[in-house]
Design a protein around this ligand. Structure first.
Ligand SMILES: Cc1cc2nc3c(=O)[nH]c(=O)nc-3n(C[C@H](O)[C@H](O)[C@H](O)COP(=O)(O)OP(=O)(O)OC[C@H]3O[C@@H](n4cnc5c(N)ncnc54)[C@H](O)[C@@H]3O)c2cc1C
Length: 408
């Protein structure tokens, strides 16, 4: 593909595959390189959780989940958003459905059939796959440098789309190794940080039997935000859907202040007065744990958490106990490592990119997916963001090739 009008996509995750599809459908000659022996490894891992592809909430609400980048993603979703994503999956023979939480999943709850059909389609469109080819940066003349089992080689495509992922689960391929290469050409990159991640809590020994047990239908709050969901007690601390949803604010607070207090309402459907009334009912010689289980329906894990966190005086009076159940303060003292997080925050800054996701300082070079500087909660927002940016970069590369000569 030297000095020709072809497009090299580097990275075969959802963003890169979508960029390749868009470019190939638009008539581009596409080669897709990936460092791993096969593409879509993190996508397949996401399939283990059922593959939450997107979310069914109204587009305006959906877009707000992208926080500081909501306006930008709103423009991307006008082209390819949740509705288009479901139609695209259906075209590949994968029907989707809306779960009770509004999340959208493939009917089979799996990623493998979708990935298989997708790769087949890409091959039919003429996309050439080159696996075990690690992009290692730019040569002095701007050529792409790759390392493979046969040594180093170079390529000079007409346009390049980087879709190299963030820094979570590096053994699946996305290890942030690209940061050095993009910094070397002057790009601004916000440091990668864990997103949708767990947090450290210094549990005492009596919590051990409750590790791995979920706290279901609780409400978590931090700062102004309160949301219902599930949290999981673990040997290191706490994780789970509701924790992930607050993770950006919690992470920033822990990093800034050295710790943060996460507040848990163990009984969001009962107000404090109702709880107090239940706890004041005659209870004979029942132990506190039995009373909490019978009168308030708390699980053993929730009772243990209450005993762990509430002050002894709070356990002694029904009024104070009701207050503690409604607002248990959990002190977080650290963040789990990026390698274990569901996704990364940080990445290539958007002000380095034009509207077609082309790197301004390196015309003909595009970027897409989680390697860009955005974050979103779990709920299908991550994959939808990767698909939308992949598609935009694919169109951008086609437009660039239509109006410009290849990289020299
Ligand atoms: C456990 C888990 C569950 C998840 N579940 C969901 C979910 O249900 N819904 C959801 O929306 N999101 C989910 N996600 C997040 C989602 O999988 C990612 O956001 C998404 O895969 C990112 O896509 P990407 O294409 O940007 O990068 P990736 O999928 O990380 O792909 C990047 C590709 O680039 C390749 N690469 C990296 N560096 C190089 C290099 N130097 N040279 C060549 N190739 C390179 C890698 O090998 C890899 O194939 C989950 C993530 C995890 C970890």
């Amino acid at each position: 593909m030297d000095g020709c009008d072809g497009i090299c996509v580097i990275g075969g995750g959802p963003a890169g595959l979508m960029a390749a599809e868009t470019a190939a459908r638009g008539g581009g000659r596409v080669i897709l390189c990936d460092a791993m022996p096969s593409v879509g490894r993190k996508f397949l891992l996401a399939g283990r959780g059922g593959l939450n592809l997107t979310h069914s909430e109204p587009l305006a609400d959906f877009t707000l989940r992208y926080g500081a980048q909501a306006a930008l993603f709103g423009r991307l979703f006008a082209d390819f958003g949740p509705t288009e994503l479901r139609a695209w999956a259906a075209e590949l023979g994968v029907d989707t459905f809306v779960g009770t939480s509004g999340r959208v999943f493939p009917a089979e709850f799996k990623a493998a059939p979708l990935l298989r059909a997708w790769v087949r389609r890409l091959r039919d469109l003429g996309v050439a796959f080159r696996t075990r080819q690690r992009w290692s940066g730019f040569a002095e003349d701007g050529a792409l440098r790759f390392l493979s089992d046969d040594g180093e080689w170079q390529m000079r495509p007409g346009a390049t789309i980087l879709a190299l992922g963030g820094g979570s689960w590096p053994r699946l391929g996305s290890d942030g190794g690209w940061i050095r290469s993009l910094r070397s050409i002057g790009c601004r990159i916000s440091p990668l940080r864990p997103s949708n991640c767990g947090f450290l809590v210094a549990w005492s020994a009596h919590m051990k039997p409750h590790f791995g047990h979920p706290l279901k239908a609780v409400a978590l709050s931090f700062g102004e935000r309160r949301l219902r969901g599930e949290a999981m007690l673990t040997d290191y601390g706490i994780e789970g859907g509701a924790v992930y949803a607050l993770s950006a604010a919690l992470r920033d607070a822990v990093r800034r202040d050295g710790g943060a207090i996460l507040t848990i309402d163990l009984k969001p459907d009962l107000d404090e007065a109702a709880l107090r009334e239940r706890l004041e009912r005659p209870h004979g010689r029942q132990s506190l744990s039995n009373r909490l289980r019978k009168a308030v329906n708390l699980t053993p894990a929730a009772v243990a958490l209450l005993r762990e966190t509430a002050a002894p005086a709070d356990l002694a009076s029904p009024g104070r106990l009701a207050g503690a159940i409604k607002a248990l303060p959990i002190p977080l003292h650290g963040v789990r490592p990026l390698a274990e997080a569901i996704s990364s925050a940080g990445g290539l800054c958007f002000d380095e990119l034009d509207d077609g996701l082309m790197v301004r300082r390196r015309p003909g070079l595009f970027a897409a997916g989680e390697m860009l500087d955005w974050e979103a909660p779990t709920g299908g927002y991550l994959l939808t963001g990767c698909f939308a940016t992949g598609r935009r970069a694919g169109h951008g590369a086609l437009r660039w090739l239509a109006g410009n000569s290849p990289l020299k």
